[in-house]
Design a protein around this ligand. Structure first.
Ligand SMILES: *[C@@H]1O[C@H](CO)[C@@H](O)[C@H](O)[C@H]1NC(C)=O
Ligand SMILES: *[C@@H]1O[C@H](CO)[C@@H](O)[C@H](O)[C@H]1NC(C)=O
Length: 514
């Protein structure tokens, strides 16, 4: 980051103040008037208590995002913005503050120490500030890209939103001490793909998979496991859509949910509803790993393309399903009850193609290793031309969604498609990837893969806090580099990954140790 000379900084600050004064808010006496009708398809609570609620929409043609921030119990102001990994230092912020007399809104940035500065260029543009029965509602817009080197570039993939609550007036923006505020972060995909919703078949039926009346433990993290089964004689169906069902009032508590199907070989799976790490959990649940549906905070319904569906039921597939709900309870609230889950929409009229899931990336082996104390170490896995030549139908496959996966040190994941020795297109990329936010994402554009194509998946890791090498494996302290791609028509190829050849690795170490 470029540090301007003191005089430039002073000038910037003066200009910024003028802009802020110009934007002095008239908190109109509109108390009691109905809240305006919502043009925002997306909504998310920012803090665990839900006092800050963000709604937004995306205009791809104008390349900007409209944000509506609802502040339920306004004290003396609020900070909202974005940063690389959710820290309040080096963040790009919109700030609403008061000096006790007037209220101001401005576009600001924080330096490495968390000190705030007004931006010379005001890119968060306030459109409306209104008191509603629910609280203060701020409407502002922000372009994806601002050309201001200090601003955050809004890209596809994860965005770390940050917030802070101002409890008292401050004489100036610069006087705000961020380390003394109540702050936090929320991860979200801001730039959701703008794809049209496919029509559902007329005979669509629904099934709710949810754990009834869970008493959410008063601890920060709980993975709740619940077993349920399909009705007897349930024949083969296609899932064509699914959506979350979140118990009202628990929107900030339910972080993500997945529905898995158990292995077909299991004759039966015992009933269970409890923490996934409980000693009472039946061991057989470890064989329930075939993903049928996955949802994470901020995501909406998931639709299969009109020509494909995900098969379940019938011969050769298990009747048993496992629901996993991740509760994120940083305030350690006691006594909360929850019955969240996922509603599956399915049809007996099978669509033309079965959808499938293919795992791309690196084989989990100890030779997939990351040295300690590395800030950005890259490992790459290949789905080679030989594999795609052998396994894909002549007309190819079509990838429409993707779920990236690493363990704790993963920071970026990208899959690109190469053809004829050249990179052709990006299948999916997340430059702000977080292992704490894994959702199945619809691709903006379906990617067709033909026999002979190569799929290259690269993962970037940060092992700055580790003393020993990190190796590939299933353990949470071991690593993975995976992209689960959702595609049709389904093929026999479930895994298309590579690993480092131990022989070559030995030769390499022999060479470097010489
Ligand atoms: C987003 O919301 C703003 C503010 O209500 C509205 O003017 C705009 O038309 C909306 N844009 C889209 C793409 O929906
Ligand atoms: C900011 O707040 C922190 C924590 O309350 C305090 O230790 C620090 O001295 C404050 N910094 C300034 C410049 O006031």
């Amino acid at each position: 980051m470029q540090v301007p000379s003191p005089s430039a900084r002073e000038a910037a600050s003066m200009y910024g103040t003028a802009v802020a004064v110009f934007l002095v808010i008239l908190v109109a006496a509109l108390q009691g008037s109905a809240p305006p009708e919502s043009p925002f398809p997306y909504r998310i609570p920012l803090d665990p208590e839900g006092t800050l609620e963000l709604s937004w929409n995306v205009s791809y043609t104008r390349e900007l995002v409209h944000f509506q921030l609802l502040v339920r119990e306004l004290k003396a102001g609020v900070l909202f913005g974005m940063s690389d990994r959710g820290q309040l230092e080096d963040a790009d912020l919109a700030v609403l503050w008061t000096d006790g007399d007037k209220a101001y809104f401005g576009d600001a940035w924080s330096d490495q120490r968390g000190q705030l500065h007004l931006d010379p260029q005001q890119d968060y543009q306030l459109l409306r500030a209104q008191r509603t029965p629910a609280g203060l509602s701020l409407l502002f817009k922000r372009p994806f890209s601002t050309c201001d080197p200090r601003d955050y570039l809004i890209e596809d993939g994860t965005v770390h939103l940050v917030y802070g609550i101002l409890e008292q007036p401050f004489a100036s923006l610069e006087a705000i001490n961020t380390s003394a505020l109540q702050t936090g972060l929320q991860r979200v995909q801001l730039l959701k793909p703008d794809i049209s919703v496919p029509a559902l078949p007329p005979d669509t039926r629904t099934m709710e998979v949810r754990a009834p009346d869970v008493l959410v433990p008063g601890q920060e993290t709980t993975y709740w496991c619940y077993v349920t089964e399909l009705p007897g004689g349930f024949s083969r169906h296609h899932i064509v859509m699914y959506e979350p069902i979140v118990t009202e009032g628990n929107e900030a508590l339910v972080h993500h949910m997945e529905v898995f199907q158990c292995a077909a070989e299991l004759e039966s799976v015992p009933q269970f509803s409890g923490p996934c790490d409980s000693k009472m959990k039946p061991a057989r649940l470890n064989h329930c790993r075939h993903v049928l549906a996955a949802w994470a905070l901020g995501a909406k319904a998931f639709y299969y393309p009109e020509e494909a569906g995900l098969a379940f039921g019938g011969a050769g597939s298990s009747r048993f399903l496992r629901l996993e709900v991740h509760y994120h309870n940083p305030l350690r609230m006691q006594g909360r009850r929850d019955s969240s889950g996922i509603r599956l929409y399915y049809t007996a009229t099978l669509r033309r193609f079965d959808a499938g899931i293919m795992e791309l990336g690196l084989v989990y082996t100890p030779v997939m290793a990351i040295p300690p104390q590395e800030e950005a170490f890259v490992l790459t896995g290949y789905c080679t031309d030989k594999c795609t030549q052998l396994a894909l139908p002549p007309s190819g496959i079509h990838i429409f969604a993707s779920q990236l996966h690493t363990h704790l040190t993963g920071r970026k994941v990208i899959t690109v498609l190469a053809r004829g020795g050249r990179e052709r297109e990006v299948v999916n990329r997340d430059d702000h990837y977080s292992p704490h936010f894994q959702e199945i994402r619809m691709l903006k554009k379906v990617v067709s893969v033909h026999p002979g194509d190569v799929l290259i998946t690269s993962c970037t890791y940060n092992t700055g806090d580790r003393k020993l090498a990190t190796v590939g494996g299933f353990g949470i302290l071991e690593e993975m580099c995976v992209n689960y791609v959702h595609y049709y028509p389904q093929t026999q190829l479930e895994l298309c990954k590579s690993s480092v050849d131990p022989g070559f690795l030995q030769k390499y170490f022999h060479l470097v140790n010489r």
